[in-house]
Design a protein around this ligand. Sequence first.
Ligand SMILES: Cc1cc2nc3c(=O)[nH]c(=O)nc-3n(C[C@H](O)[C@H](O)[C@H](O)COP(=O)(O)OP(=O)(O)OC[C@H]3O[C@@H](n4cnc5c(N)ncnc54)[C@H](O)[C@@H]3O)c2cc1C
Length: 392
Amino acid sequence: MARDQFQSPDYLNLDELLSEEHLMVRDAVRNYVKQEISPIIEDYAQRAEFPQQIVKQMGELGVFGPTVPAEYGGGGLDYISYGLMMQELERGDSGVRSTASVQGSLVMFPIYEFGSEEQRRKYLPKLASGEWLGCFGLTEPNHGSNPAGMLTNIKDAGDHVILNGAKMWISNAPFAQVAVVWAKDEEGVVRGMILERGMEGFTTPTTHNKWSLRASATGELVFDNVKVPKENILPNVKGMRGPLSCLTKARFGIAWGTVGAAMDCYDTALRYSKERIQFGRPIGGFQLQQKKLAEMISEITKAQLLNWRVAVLMNEGKVTPAQVSMAKRNGCEVAHKVARDARQMLGGMGITGEYPVMRHMMNIESVITYEGTHDIHLLITGMDVTGFNAFN
Ligand SMILES: Cc1cc2nc3c(=O)[nH]c(=O)nc-3n(C[C@H](O)[C@H](O)[C@H](O)COP(=O)(O)OP(=O)(O)OC[C@H]3O[C@@H](n4cnc5c(N)ncnc54)[C@H](O)[C@@H]3O)c2cc1C
């Protein structure tokens, strides 16, 4: 891939809304992406390989669980910092941001929020440092958009429970040491539990042949009479509130991340439009190309503002899951459109790995699907404004 020349678009001087600390955090992750991710990521994506070395690097950088208190190894930062980190990571690659989102929002958050003090102390510092990688098992082969229908179940067996079932499409699964898994008990109540690699009957086969998120490892979680000690069950949550509150945190990160991917596509297309000559002049001088660029920067700017506002509400503890759904859906929509237009602006070069655009474009197909599909988030907004449930 050509040298990373990224220059961040900030059309409305939104940096003025950020504190010194926010800017420091943002720039540290931006520099990390330039130095460690951009030079390698295209190659890993082409080979459909997960760059395992980034787990330790990201732990050292502090992007795992940045909002978790420092005494558990987290960063103790606010949600604007968290959002900026996700924006910069996904500017590099959606798979890299996914690794961080899963670790922070879907594994560390539930252990911190719903775990016992022993569970917090045992798992959080190792997850924060990147010594351990985690994954989050909610989706099943026959229950994606409707996870409450899950079949994975536990049966009481004295000092432990017996876990049976299977999860599908699980990010980080093939390399994870730890899995936060959601299953129904004998009363049909959803419970969260922490599994460790090596437990008998627990396997994590890899999912192959993806055309999207190729630098992120995806797999299944298969449970065949796994004995899970009761001390591994998250004691402080019952029901779908557990997994759904994790998803709100992760979706917030996706809202910011997707805008990062859009920013990279826009920046690449803008530079290309000034350098590429056709009919004796830069293609950026043609109205059709300007229309694309003008629409891209308008949408990116609106999305940056929306994300910032949602982060402020999150810091104040006032955000609703439906507001986060709107931001997730909007970020995906913007990135989807910007990536496609940018790809066209690059002509034939747009389909190669010389530029990051096609990789982003393909990645967004996963991002627009996971953590609630585009349709599902639209239905959440629809239900929020009308009061009518159109899901079933
Ligand atoms: C690369 C990748 C990584 C992932 N990582 C994880 C992970 O780490 N952990 C995890 O638990 N899951 C993960 N997922 C799973 C992801 O969250 C699901 O794929 C997603 O929720 C959709 O479920 P599904 O694929 O079963 O699609 P389905 O639910 O079968 O949906 C199929 C289509 O039907 C539509 N649809 C469904 N219900 C309705 C309705 N009521 N009204 C209108 N339309 C509807 C959907 O919008 C979609 O277009 C990942 C997925 C991918 C692709």
